[in-house]
Design a protein around this ligand. Structure first.
Ligand code: ZN
Length: 140
């Protein structure tokens, strides 16, 4: 990888690092509200659950970004942790925190997808209407 590419990816990772740290500092949405009516309470609980979920995701992202910055520091950035093959620049531009090459990432995703998780993911897709919809016959 060329030094200008590395410098640009470092800038992107630094910016993402700062953005995630700022976001994780703001936790007002996690505060518990008292003295509000039932509908407000339900809405607040849903917003709070979403904030907790987002917090978890952002914490994971921050760890990944910090690890990528550390690999930059060590001079091992852009090398797949599993296979030691070079991670493509195209992949790093899309996912600068990537620690695995595309092939290793796919293999990792497949192995972490247990049959139970696979069914859950399929159910989520159905709920979100992402699965192909069935044709319902219409009788006129
Ligand atoms: Zn790999």
């Amino acid at each position: 990888m060329m030094p200008p590419d590395l410098a640009l990816l470092r800038v992107v990772l630094d910016a993402r690092h700062n953005e995630l740290e700022d976001s994780l500092r703001q936790r007002e949405a996690l505060a518990v509200e008292h003295g509000v009516d039932m509908i407000d309470q339900v809405q607040h609980t849903a917003a709070r659950d979403m904030a907790i979920y987002t917090l978890g995701c952002e914490s994971v992202r921050l760890r990944e970004v910090r690890a990528a910055l550390h690999r930059l520091h060590l001079g091992t950035f852009g090398v797949g942790l599993d296979c030691k093959e070079e991670i493509s620049l195209k992949r790093l531009v899309a996912v600068p925190r990537a620690a695995l090459c595309f092939v290793s990432q796919e293999a990792s995703d497949r192995s972490s997808m247990s049959p139970r998780n696979h069914r859950r993911a399929a159910a989520s897709r159905r709920i979100l209407n992402l699965a192909p919809t069935a044709v319902v016959p219409v009788h006129l």
